[in-house]
Design a binder for this molecule. Structure first.
Ligand code: PGA
Length: 238
């Protein structure tokens, strides 16, 4: 099974137009690809009305259950938003930038698990960590602090910060090296096999090469997912 996730971030998307362009290009979705879309909180409701077959993920969640937390949404509220909402991103670098530590990422996942929403755990280093040769230590630290107390995400996405939004994805060797670090970690901890994804400037032009890696089960796509037609082209090449 392969997984293709569209992270729309805070971009405004005309859902009907996106769907039309997507469906026009990809007439038949192969049975072995699961397509997941991450709209903003408001568009989760709109998507479930306008695209009743779309599986969705939220982009973030609160660590709190309820109460005076202005601007936040709880896992319970997400779980009631739409039956099509099955997943939520945790640990995306753009949310970590705002202050989410490893322990907050873990707490968010615990809240989601309590509401039957699967976590998509994002990990990845920035350029200075890569250049200092500290990627392995950094990734293992992100993973180690997450995988305690029996917590288990549905996917792990390796998203090097230095490749996100640049138009230039990580090269195959860098992707393979990072995925190996993650796979060995999971094996050593005797954790079940978790599908590994890559994210960072994936497009229809580079997806074939990226997906040629044996350990990769899919991609998390930002910019190139905003146009339904381009996103369908990526799906076609899976
Ligand atoms: P990008 O974003 O494809 O625009 O690089 C990926 C992501 O942030 O998940």
């Amino acid at each position: 099974m392969k997984y293709l996730i569209a992270n729309w971030k805070m971009n405004s998307i005309d859902i009907e137009e996106w769907q039309n362009r997507f469906n026009k290009t990809l007439k038949l979705i192969k049975k072995d690809i699961e397509i997941i879309v991450c709209p903003n909180y408001l568009d989760i409701i709109k998507c479930s009305q306008q695209a009743p077959n779309l599986i969705m993920a939220a982009q973030d969640v609160s660590i709190h259950d309820d109460g005076p937390f202005t601007g936040q949404i709880s896992a319970y509220q997400l779980s009631r938003s739409s039956e099509q909402l099955k997943y939520c991103l945790v640990g995306h670098s753009e949310v970590r930038f705002k202050g989410d530590s490893n322990s907050i990422v873990k707490k968010k996942s615990q809240k989601l698990e309590g509401c039957n929403i699967n976590s998509i755990l994002c990990v990845g280093e920035d350029e200075s960590i890569l250049n200092k040769g500290e990627r392995e230590k950094f990734l293992l630290n992100q993973l180690d602090s997450y995988f305690q107390d029996g917590l288990c995400p549905k996917f792990i996405a390796y998203e090097p910060i230095w490749a996100i939004g640049t138009g230039i994805p990580a090269d195959k060797k860098n992707i393979d090296d990072a995925l190996k670090i993650i796979s060995i970690f999971l094996k050593e901890k005797k954790l079940k096999k978790i599908p590994l994804l890559y994210g960072g400037s994936v497009s229809s032009k580079n997806v074939e090469e990226i997906m040629s890696s044996d350990i990769l089960s899919g991609c998390l796509v930002g910019n190139a997912s905003l146009d339904g037609e381009e996103f369908a082209r990526i799906a076609k090449k899976f």
